[in-house]
Design a binder for this molecule. Structure first.
Ligand code: 13P
Ligand code: SF4
Length: 357
């Protein structure tokens, strides 16, 4: 059975009952008067996912109504790329921005990959073109080029390997060269350069969301709470912000930090929805929320996800010749990452064996 498009699902007693356990998960971040407008979409999306053998991969910046109610997998860019290699669904609905959907498509050329809004871009991805990378290659012969995953497939196709904020240092360290070009985020490159002896060259790109935070703003929060506040930041932030933070890591790293350390009060220096998503699960931490929204991520909404499932569009496609080259860069990253995971697992197993013996 297919559902006709352009119909708005209605809130019924059946839907209220069926979605009650889902509402329970988000009741601290979504007021009850809003649920009747949300629940019909949640119920219909979850029904259509089964009907179409679709999976929803959602980035940590999705709003709680998406993150906690319809997503099958949630994570940072690295986690989502890994999940894209594991799913056996026929259709991937990428709730995130275009480059994330492209990465899923590169890893799953035969699957239908959909991004609910084709305009969901990224200021980093649009800061550099394939021609720019070719010019950099010419200007720095023999220097390996690492691209942040926040780039187009055309740019990835010109680079040697990808990285994300979750594995950037390991990727740089895995390369033999003493000099590495790390594009396009100047702030991520600066953060990496503090953790490696390699010379890091970069590009003048930045994230329009994270570049708005300032060290001054964070110092004011510390004053306001008399130092009783934990500040954690994303590596796309400017250097003075990272210096002021107690921890810096990918979105998944930040979430794990909040869940594991459970500070009394935390300020997550990143896109606003992250705090809402963690606050829905962690009730003993006070979240201070300076709100910087990513306008691209916020293009993804429940009605657009429903429309995507009904129409199986808009589909993300990549020119096969570009895809073949871009895939090599993504796969090279995943190979380094797998090796790192294997080493961590072996180390943990050795420790357990030592304890048992
Ligand atoms: P993560 O890989 O840390 O989730 O970051 C992606 C992103 O776009 C942050 O702005
Ligand atoms: Fe791009 Fe910044 Fe939005 Fe992340 S938060 S998708 S880096 S614009």
């Amino acid at each position: 059975m297919t559902t006709p498009t352009n119909t708005t699902p209605k809130f019924t007693v059946e839907i209220e009952e069926a979605t009650a356990p889902i509402y329970d998960k988000v009741k601290t971040v979504i007021p009850d008067f809003e649920w009747p407008a949300i629940a019909p979409y949640v119920a219909e999306i979850n029904r259509l996912k089964k009907e179409k053998n679709a999976v929803i991969l959602a980035h940590n910046y999705m709003t709680p109504d998406i993150f906690h109610t319809v997503a099958d997998y949630v994570g940072d860019s690295l986690g989502l790329a890994r999940m894209a290699t594991e799913t056996d669904a026929d259709v991937i609905i990428q709730c995130g921005v275009h480059f994330m959907a492209e990465t899923s498509k590169l890893l799953n050329p035969s699957k239908t990959v959909i991004v609910p809004d084709m305009e969901a871009g990224c200021s980093l991805a649009s800061s550099i073109t394939a021609a720019d990378v070719r010019a950099l290659r010419e200007a720095h012969p023999g220097v390996p080029i690492v691209t942040y995953v926040n780039t187009s497939a055309e740019v990835k196709a010109e680079c040697d390997i990808c990285c994300t904020s979750g594995n950037a240092v390991e990727i740089i360290e895995s390369l033999e060269s003493d000099t590495v070009l790390c594009i396009p985020d100047q702030y991520l490159a600066n953060w990496i350069s503090k953790q490696t002896s390699k010379k890091i060259l970069t590009w003048a790109g930045s994230c329009e969301v994270h570049e708005r935070f300032t060290g001054e703003e964070l110092r004011k929060y510390r004053e306001q709470y008399k130092g009783d506040i934990t500040i954690i930041a994303h590596p796309e932030c400017p250097p003075d912000v990272i210096e002021e933070a107690d921890f810096c890591g990918s979105t998944a790293g930040m979430i794990n930090y909040a869940k594991d350390k459970r500070p009394k009060r935390i300020l997550m220096v990143t896109e606003c929805s992250m705090s809402d998503n963690v606050a829905a699960e962690v009730h003993d931490v006070e979240f201070i929320r300076p709100c910087n929204l990513c306008p691209h991520m916020k293009r993804i909404t429940l009605p657009k996800i429903l429309e995507s499932l009904r129409t199986l569009g808009p589909e993300v496609t990549v020119d096969p010749e570009v895809a073949d080259r871009a895939r090599l860069a993504v796969e090279a990253m995943l190979a380094v990452d797998e090796e790192r995971e294997r080493r961590i697992k072996d180390k943990a197993e050795t420790k357990t064996t030592q304890r048992v013996a």
